[in-house]
Design a protein around this ligand. Structure first.
Ligand code: AHM
Ligand code: MG
Length: 348
């Protein structure tokens, strides 16, 4: 009989590589997988339970909070705050870092997450996801409250990152820096089973993914790069195909499986980019690098950026390494040109 590997077994077996492991990381990952199952269940029946639609309140990013965002946020927090594994958390939905209530033990891990990314897709039944970053705390002692210093770590310090995609099936994909593995939720038995071992980004996927409505606002180098991908003079001798879902987890999942390049560059209206460094760019970059790809803001690797704010935004470009390198080359060459206005005039 074929060996069935549940996510719990996989995490446990991965931990045997670390003789000093105390079981706390394993426990933390169980809790994330549990939260994922609960959110997945709600996402699947959202239309039935009237969870669809907006709460009417505005979150820290100035966006309307959707009911499912709130549910996913509460589920993540309540799954992680009481087990004694975590000393502080950050969520896209909370302006301030999330402290562990005084009645609970504090632990050595730090978790930053976007509880429900791509929320504009909720009402239209398109894939959405949860993204998370796990670090070890840098402050001491280990049983004290964490502080923001614990959260503002570069991606090079990550212990683990991953996402859960709520799509035609629910999958959890994670890496601890030793390859990327994907697990599909079997709803019959309520277990995540290993279905995508050792995921590697394929070469020559021939795909590009970007919100092209921002074209006129991009830096010249980005405009030229995208024009090159669409021309018949690129190295594939035919235009790259365009795929853009507008939900980072879904676009990242496709890029891991099918290759290509995803871009959310800075532009005149969003000079810092749109996506968030700590709980969107860093975890995706760690997965992509561990799958053989690369992730940059145009100038440096995403994983080398030191966050200054938990909700900091960053330009995010990731995918096949060859394409990411080419993007950097176009970006650099154009930024060395004399700077003139990069904005294409509106047609009259
Ligand atoms: P959210 O965290 O509010 O859902 O927004 C982030 C989303 C990403 O999932 C996606 O990559 C991006 O915003 C899409 O932005 P746009 O609509 O500008 O293309
Ligand atoms: Mg988000």
């Amino acid at each position: 009989m074929k060996k069935l590997i549940t996510i719990d077994r996989h995490i446990l077996e991965t931990q045997t590589h670390f003789p000093e492991a105390t079981g706390e990381f394993t426990g933390l990952m169980y809790q994330i997988a549990l939260a994922a199952k609960i959110v997945s269940y709600e996402v699947n029946k959202a239309g039935l339970t009237m969870l669809l639609g907006k709460t009417g309140s505005i979150n820290v990013q100035g966006e309307e909070v959707q009911k499912l965002d709130e549910f996913a946020n509460n589920t993540m927090i309540s799954s992680l705050d009481h087990m004694g594994y975590v000393c502080i958390m950050a969520s896209e939905e909370n302006t301030e870092p999330i402290m562990i209530p005084s009645r609970y033990r504090k632990g050595k891990y730090v978790v930053a997450f976007d509880p429900l990314d791509g929320s504009s897709n909720i009402d239209i039944n398109v894939s959405i996801g949860t993204i998370f970053s796990i670090f070890k705390r840098v402050t001491e002692p280990e049983d004290s409250d964490g502080n923001v210093t614990d959260l503002l770590q570069t991606g090079r310090n990550l212990v683990c990152s991953g996402y859960i995609i709520y799509g035609s099936s629910t999958m959890m994909v994670y890496t601890t820096g030793r390859g990327v593995n994907g697990f599909t939720l079997d709803p019959g038995i309520g277990e995540f089973l290993l279905t995508h071992p050792n995921m590697r980004i394929p070469d020559n996927g021939g795909l590009y993914s970007v919100n092209e409505s921002n074209y006129r606002y991009w830096p010249v180098g980005v405009q030229r790069f995208v024009s090159m991908l669409k021309s018949t003079s690129n190295e594939r001798r035919r235009p790259y195909n365009s795929r853009y879902i507008g939900a980072l987890v879904a676009d990242a999942h496709r890029t891991l499986l099918k290759g290509g390049i995803f871009m959310y560059p800075e532009d005149i209206r969003k000079p810092k980019g749109k996506l968030r460094l700590l709980y969107e760019a860093i975890p995706i970059a760690f997965l992509v690098e561990n799958a053989g790809g690369a992730a940059t803001n145009g100038r440096m690797d995403i994983l080398d950026i030191v966050p200054e704010d938990i909700h900091q935004r960053v330009p995010l470009i990731f995918g096949e390494k060859r394409l990411v390198d080419l993007y950097k080359q176009y970006y650099r060459e154009a930024s060395e040109l004399p700077q003139i206005s990069t904005q294409t005039p509106d047609p009259k």
